[in-house]
Ligand binder design. Structure first.
Ligand code: BGC
Length: 765
């Protein structure tokens, strides 16, 4: 039977060589790789029946793990049947060489044409060796580190038989209540675009090898704008927000060569994204010239029925196929109805051919037609997973992701000897929670805990007390996490320990599965009894270093007001405890900056730095109530976007602009001096913001338009320069296109979005 696959491959070669007018048996001799692949694709397409074509557009979940609602009884048997009939193009949630090989064998040896399967998986922040959650990585502002992190994830995934990751998630998110903020790069389209590009490059490499996988930009589009931060909720956004805020990272990944896109669960202008022809056909495939394929999100095709858009699965299938959704993930709509819809004339065969071409193209590009078992090598799998250099890589990423939020009295770095250190909080001793959400390839209990990390510094006396549990039971699938809201029985011991200690390191926050899909929150505090624990310990010893573990921005005004040192350590993955310990002891000087605004309370949410000015931004009359504000909390956030401290200190001065104006294709140079006024070397993210003062549509009060992560030695002054050109000031205007409008602008530079130095310039056509 194996010969059938080889025969297909040879037949494709023969057809190509004939159509090239050459006699050759090698694909490589065709003029360009792309053309060659297109011809190969066409030659396979010509051999396929309509049912086989539709089969390529069908993706099934594997038979073990689920990452969405559990499929109905009996599906497994049907899946095997369809697999043998060649009615499956791709599978997700099958992992490991043993299982991928077994299923690939069925596709290759038992189906009529032997077209290989494509195996997809959510490799979101690592496969077995886990990197920080993507929101944490974004805090590094270090593109090379993030590229490397994705490269490590890809290498392990590919070695385990996988071809395709459903990442990066590039949804710009402004609402910390939404559990999936942990999966993205935060609130800014410029930073988000750079990170999206770095991740795509990391996953895919320059070309596919046995150590890279195809990336998938998701969720197209607007998913993060779910009303009130509740996952899967209605999205209602303006065209302006869609184009200026949400779409830029998606487009950036198309330009970076991403191979696939995933659409989203939400609606846009009342049309579910999966059935949205404007997004998928017009914008993505036509305007942006995307030549990869679009996979639906899990069941999102069928969800057009409860959305109230399609009356049944057959109609949902028609809408999705016509709108340009090329592959159906777990709705069973395409495999059931699509061929019939073509025969009825409701979906054109041209649409089917286009979708199948895109899917086959990726299979050729990955080399699966040459060798369907290319990714199935047990020896490579064994040698690759958990390599020491991968551990080093994720440790590096973890250190870079940490953000120092507060360091009064220079409590940090900790002294390395002679100290009695109390470590308090269940999360300090947790080896699973730091892996975060979306790490389905990794095993529980594989992260280095904070206690283990601190133990590597033997000069102090470290004593641990849990104080209180964060969760009291299973965390993976209960509707609500089992948060401990009552048990304070460990408080007394924790308080007693704190009382006799020099410094207290408290590790508090969210459990790793407190964020992620379906894990929205209506509060942004420390869950359960942790705030009470913090206050009880503070009452006896205020020398507290609060290490936060969380998958989203939290609102912690009490901690900010009272606790001298606060370290944002997110969920940092496998090497979590080592990274935290190295930062606490000053062996690594933190340089992370927040990729998302931290609010003072939930009522401020959504809160983001690039907001509009409004018609009533402030008042000169302190008694006036008629301006845009709250009566009970300030408009400012607790910690702004782009904020983060270092053990070094940086002073900004001498912002200079090369000319007061520029026109057309010209440009300006802005420079600033940054001095490290401290005694230690540190890294700083110098940030450039621009404000367009008057425009055809109102513009944000500032927008990030450049940044440079730079190391500055103690006492050294560096001059950092940025170029401003037409592209940088372009936006989606009232003309419904991206262009630069003439007018007055402000440029601002600093170490966070709350910048101080600024200058003016003018642009003319
Ligand atoms: C998520 C996607 C994910 C897919 C497959 C869906 O529920 O929204 O992000 O890739 O499941 O696991």
């Amino acid at each position: 039977m194996k010969n059938k696959f080889i025969a297909l491959s040879l037949l494709a070669t023969f057809i190509i060589s004939q159509s090239c007018g050459k006699k050759t048996n090698s694909f490589a001799s065709t003029p360009s790789k792309n053309n060659a692949i297109e011809r190969k694709v066409d030659s396979v397409l010509r051999l396929m029946t309509l049912e086989e074509k539709v089969g390529q557009m069908n993706q099934y979940n594997g038979f073990w793990d689920v990452t969405g609602p559990t499929p109905a009884e009996g599906q497994a048997a049907l899946k095997y049947e369809n697999l043998k009939k060649g009615l499956v193009g791709s599978m997700l949630n099958v992992k490991g060489v043993k299982d991928t090989r077994a299923l690939q064998k069925i596709a290759v040896e038992q189906t009529r044409l032997g077209i290989p399967l494509l195996f997809g998986f959510d490799v979101i922040h690592g496969y077995k060796t886990i990197s920080p959650i993507p929101l944490a990585e974004a805090a590094s502002w270090d593109m090379e580190a993030m590229r490397r992190s994705a490269e490590i994830a890809a290498a392990e995934a590919a070695a385990s038989g996988l071809h395709w990751t459903f990442a990066p998630m590039v949804d710009i998110s402004r609402d910390a209540r939404w559990g999936r903020v942990m999966e993205g790069a935060g609130e800014d389209p410029y930073l988000g675009s750079q990170i999206a590009i770095a991740r795509v490059k990391g996953f895919q490499g320059d070309h596919f090898t046995e150590f890279s996988v195809a990336a998938c930009t998701k969720h197209f589009a607007g998913y993060a704008f779910a009303e009130s931060g509740r996952d899967y909720n209605t999205v209602d956004i303006s065209d302006n927000t869609l184009h200026n805020i949400i779409l830029p990272p998606f487009k950036a990944t198309v330009e970076a060569g991403v191979k696939t896109f995933m659409n989203s669960f939400n609606e846009l202008e009342g049309i579910p994204a999966t059935g949205n022809a404007y997004l998928q056909r017009e914008l993505l495939k036509k305007e942006w010239n995307f030549d990869g394929f679009v996979v639906s999100d899990w069941g999102s095709l069928a969800e057009m029925i409860p959305h109230g858009y399609a009356k049944d699965l057959k109609q949902a299938t028609e809408f999705a196929a016509n709108a340009g959704s090329d592959m159906d993930m777990e709705s069973y709509g395409y495999v059931t109805y699509l061929a019939g819809l073509v025969k009825e004339g409701k979906v054109s065969e041209a649409h089917i051919n286009d979708a199948v071409r895109r899917i086959l193209k990726l299979k050729f590009e990955l080399g699966l037609f040459d060798n369907p078992y290319k990714y199935c090598d047990e020896a490579r799998e064994k040698a690759t997973i958990g390599k020491p250099e991968f551990q080093e890589g994720v440790l590096d990423m973890a250190r870079k992701s940490i953000v120092l939020l507060k360091n009064d009295k220079e409590l940090l770095p900790l002294r390395k000897t002679g100290q009695k250190i109390a470590v308090i909080g269940a999360l300090a001793n947790d080896k699973t929670s730091p892996l975060g959400s979306w790490r389905i390839g990794a095993d529980d209990n594989t992260a280095i805990s904070v206690l283990e990390g601190l133990a590597k510094y033997p000069g102090n006396t470290i004593t641990y007390e849990k104080g209180a549990d964060v969760v009291t039971g299973p965390t993976l699938f209960p509707k609500e996490l089992n948060i401990n809201t009552t048990d304070k029985s460990g408080f007394d011991k924790a308080v007693a320990l704190a009382k006799k200690s020099d410094v207290v390191v408290m590790v508090l926050g969210e459990h790793g599965l407190h964020s992620g899909e379906g894990r929205s929150r209506s509060e942004l505090d420390l869950p359960g009894v942790q705030q009470e624990l913090l206050e009880a310990v503070y009452a006896v010893n205020p020398n507290i270093v609060l290490v936060l573990n969380n998958g989203r921005p939290l609102a912690l005004p009490w901690a900010d007001a009272h606790i001298p040192a606060i370290v944002e350590a997110w969920q940092l993955g496998t090497q979590s405890g080592n990274a935290i310990a190295q930062v606490l002891y000053g062996d690594y000087n933190p340089s992370g900056k927040l990729p998302m605004t931290f609010p003072r309370n939930v009522g401020q949410v959504p809160i983001y730095y690039n907001h509009k000015n409004t018609g009533r931004p402030s008042t000169n009359d302190p008694q006036s109530v008629f301006w845009s504000h709250y009566t009970d909390v300030s408009n400012t956030p607790l910690y702004p976007f782009g904020y983060g401290l270092s053990y070094a200190k940086f002073a900004y001065s001498d912002l200079k602009i090369s000319a007061p104006s520029f026109s057309g294709d010209g440009k300006l140079t802005v420079t600033v001096k940054v001095k490290n006024t401290s005694k230690v070397t540190g890294k700083e993210v110098v940030q450039l913001y621009i404000r367009d003062l008057f425009a055809s549509v109102t513009r944000p009060v500032k927008e990030l338009k450049g940044f440079e992560l730079t190391e500055i030695k103690a006492g050294e002054t560096k001059t950092i320069s940025f170029t401003i050109d037409q592209k940088l000031i372009s936006f989606y205007t009232a003309n419904k296109k991206w262009e630069a409008e003439p007018g007055d602008f402000k440029v601002m530079i600093g170490g966070s979005s709350a910048t101080v130095l600024e200058a003016d310039f003018n642009y003319t056509h």
